[in-house]
Write a protein of this length. Structure first.
Length: 245
């Protein structure tokens, strides 16, 4: 099987399950047999473009989201005018105090000829293993626009189009250091309300040690500024020393 056929099949299986469809239910929705759909999903047979369109419509997704495979030979993505976002993969971390757990996500960039000042972005939110990022809690896609000091993205949940999140980052002065910022959107139940979360974005997988734990949590200085200014402010001064694996 080819890499792209395997990728597309895995993406279909992931999104079908996120939508709550069994393989029997979904095969009827696209007028294919259960055996054929199973072969599509395991990548053993290629899918013609008409069937891909039927699948995308049945999943209520953009067709491009199913076929976003990045070839190793493709041009390296880079946001115009900024040298920090010049890799295909970035690692995103934040701490969720509701479940007292670290949330790890993978951010993948793709070159987009249609946008000179931005690149395509897919966020695989809530992964257990960075190498198996399709096995995640939610998938978001959108575009990342980067400037000298800041980067911004608006991302749409590919399973629930009504849910959108906003990524706001301060680009690090040292290009190999992690970027810091906020991830804003509507919080998951039971607190279904607007939230802003402190995040760390790195070109490299970070070592989850005591230094990392102090950085990922809201510190006393940030809390003091929040109370003083009634604003959630995050600063990059302590992030440059984070060790990588």
């Amino acid at each position: 099987m080819s890499k792209i056929t395997e990728h597309v099949g895995q993406r279909i299986r992931t999104c079908r399950k996120k939508k709550g469809y069994t393989i029997e239910e979904f095969s009827k929705m696209i007028n294919k047999s259960k055996a054929t759909l199973s072969k599509y999903e395991n990548g053993s047979i290629a899918i013609d473009i008409d069937t891909l369109l039927d699948i995308a419509e049945a999943l209520e997704m953009d067709l491009s989201h199913l076929v976003d495979y990045i070839s190793p030979k493709s041009k390296r993505p880079a946001a115009h005018g900024n040298s920090y976002f010049n890799s295909a993969y970035f690692y995103v971390y934040y701490y969720d105090g509701r479940g007292r757990r670290l949330i790890k996500s993978l951010m993948r960039l793709s070159h987009n000829e249609d946008y000179q000042s931005s690149v395509g972005i897919t966020l695989y939110k809530g992964v257990k293993d960075f190498s198996d990022y399709d096995n995640c809690e939610n998938i978001y896609s959108g575009t990342l626009e980067s400037f000298d000091a800041t980067s911004h993205a608006t991302l749409i949940n590919q399973i629930n189009k009504s849910e959108r999140i906003h990524l706001l980052l301060m680009n690090p002065m040292q290009r190999e250091a992690p970027a810091v910022g906020l991830l804003a959107g509507i919080g998951d139940p039971p607190y279904f309300s607007p939230v802003a979360i402190k995040i760390v974005v790195s070109k490299y997988i970070l070592k989850e040690d005591d230094v990392f734990n102090k950085v990922i949590m809201i510190n006393k200085n940030e809390l003091k500024q929040y109370k003083q200014h009634n604003m959630m402010l995050v600063g990059p001064e302590n992030y440059i020393s984070l060790p990588t694996e």
